[in-house]
Design a protein around this ligand. Sequence first.
Ligand code: CP
Ligand code: NVA
Length: 296
Amino acid sequence: MHFLSIRETSKKDLETLLDIATQIKFGRSWGDMKGKTLIMLFEKPSTRTRVSFEVAMTQLGGHAIYMDFTGSQISRGETMADTARVFSRYADIIMARLYKHGEMLELSENSTVPVINGLTDVEHPCQALADVLTIKERNKLGGKLAFIGDCANNVANSLMLAAAKLGMEVTLICPPGYPPQKEFLEEAKKSGKVEVVTDPEKGVKGADVIYTDVWVSMGMEEEKAERMKAFVKYQVNQDLVKLAKKDCIVMHCLPAHRGQEITSEVLDGKNSAVWDQAENRLHAQKALLLYLMKQR
Ligand code: CP
Ligand code: NVA
């Protein structure tokens, strides 16, 4: 069993992973990774994903190996398929962060050990797992999630599916010309109530959770100038937060561009849940590692 997308993850598996993560977070043992090795393959930069997976393996008694493209033979043309075949002979589990989702599929199709998607251009399922864990522990899973900004990126794709599957009402707030990806929107609508609006003030009304991410994801750098203009009115600032529920939480997968998609006042303010959210990457991924090992 691999963990490549929220699209392919059932509601039942999501709920099980949340339960295990909660137990682990509050000190209950759910197994270990003693003698097990995780290979972490990175084509793009990372702070949280790399460190939280490595710490998770250490704390569970296993070992993590970091490998980036430049230091591997992939940089000299070795294919993802051959890399997967070799990694499978050494490691018990693989996590990769790649530009193209197609390459992730090639990696997983040729791996005999579980593969975890640590972000591609299409999905960021590990982030969504930590996000719904954070929303659950703040008792807001039954509420309304307002995602504002780039509703077509990897984080939005995974989160809208996870939130809808777990019963949240989802409002996607995006500028004209930057709609959500149709296939993800349609899929999310199958699970719950999902609407798309262009007016930020209307969209955040009554929200229990406000979520934003960068306007320019990794790999989209050449679109930066036009995106900065298009998204300028879609900033999460204190005036916008005031329109949501008083006790709403504000979330961001991080890294944040302070002063662009979110102000420092909000990021560091009383409604911000971003540091708990970042911490929850560790607990959610421990649950995921143990769950995937048990499924083998
Ligand atoms: N949120 C997240 O995936 O962060 P990193 O890019 O630092 O891993
Ligand atoms: N959407 C962002 C998420 C970073 C964690 C990106 O892909 O750059």
